[in-house]
Write a protein that binds this ligand. Structure first.
Ligand code: SF4
Length: 171
């Protein structure tokens, strides 16, 4: 069974059920991935001046392609362009068939599965479990802004470079 989510990039087919196993692995290893991402983010910030010199517009397509491939495999990423995995226990909220960004709906089943797709564990039950293993897991308590659909398909990594690098680094 496939599980279409409300949020699908243009032309992208929803992942087959079997491919979700890696997504669940990522939640189970949220703490390790949190550490890995912290190191990766530091590298991104260091590379910010180079990226600024090349030009973010020029880098957007290749960066989004690489990011999409990596995160699609690990998280069933839908490339929303405003990644919140660090605040959601490494469970991508865009896999919720209702596209909820701030916790589960009221229909989660007693066994923790999705109201819409009973075969699928609720993305937000997973998010809570993953977050409990993370150092910064309490980020799940922060209210996320609404999804900005204009960012769909763009690279969150490049955004991190732009937003987290000190001004003098990005020129
Ligand atoms: S929150 Fe957005 S960028 Fe992050 S994994 Fe999910 S769809 Fe991809």
């Amino acid at each position: 069974m496939q599980t279409p989510a409300a949020f699908e990039p243009r032309g992208r087919r929803p992942p087959a059920a079997g491919s979700r196993r890696l997504r669940f692995w990522s939640v189970r290893h949220a703490r390790g991935l949190e550490r890995l991402y912290a190191a990766f983010e530091a590298v991104l910030v260091r590379l910010a001046p180079l990226a600024a010199r090349i030009g973010h517009a020029r880098l957007e397509r290749p960066a989004a392609a690489v990011e999409g491939a990596v995160k699609s495999a690990l998280f069933d990423c839908r490339m929303c362009g405003q990644c919140v995995l660090s605040s959601t226990g490494m469970s991508c909220p865009m896999n919720c068939p209702k596209g909820l960004r701030n916790g589960p709906c009221g229909g989660v089943r007693a066994d923790g599965r999705c109201e819409v797709y009973p075969a699928m564990p609720c993305v937000w039950v997973q998010a809570w479990e993953g977050s409990r293993t993370m150092t910064g897991g309490d980020g799940i308590l922060q209210v996320q802004p609404p999804v900005d659909h204009r960012l769909k398909g763009t690279s969150s990594w490049l955004r991190v470079m732009r937003e987290k690098a000190p001004a003098e680094r990005t020129g």
